[in-house]
Design a protein. Structure first.
Length: 150
């Protein structure tokens, strides 16, 4: 498995099929909220240096991605923090170390660039808490969701 940093602009077309699979696997309220990535905003925050995309490739084929948004925290202006936007590994690659190795690759890069904290999210209905605990993460808070649209 090969791990690397890639531009969201370069990945856009190649990542689409994986994003669709990812959405079908974990998104709630799919009948009400349709997948529609805001590519223009992704490109803008990438241009600001606030979006980092890490990829997992096998034989040059994209099999996973991990994108984070990096910024100084509004409560802690002197601390750079990375917030997981999306993390996905093809289901048939999850039994190995691909997910853990992708996260560790990103962690090394983020640390080298001065980021102090990496926040990760898991879906309650699709958790990977055990992996995060093995990688040294601690439960920090819980997020609740409620669809309030029409």
């Amino acid at each position: 498995m090969n791990y690397q940093i890639e531009s969201i602009k370069d990945l856009k077309n190649e990542i689409q099929p994986l994003i669709e699979k990812h959405w079908k696997e974990i998104a709630l309220n799919q009948d009400k909220i349709k997948l529609n990535p805001d590519w223009n905003t992704y490109f803008k925050i990438a241009d600001l240096g606030m979006l980092k995309c890490y990829t997992a490739r096998e034989d040059n084929n994209l099999v996973g991605y991990f994108c984070v948004i990096v910024n100084n925290h509004l409560h802690y202006a002197n601390t750079s923090m990375a917030m997981c936007d999306v993390l996905y590994i093809e289901p048939d690659r999850r039994r190995g170390r691909a997910g853990a190795d992708l996260i560790k690759f990103a962690e090394r890069d983020l640390t080298a660039s001065g980021t102090s904290v990496l926040y990760m999210n898991t879906k309650d209905h699709a958790p990977f808490d055990n992996l995060l605990i093995k990688l040294g993460f601690s439960l920090a808070e819980r997020t609740y969701s409620k669809y309030i649209g029409e």
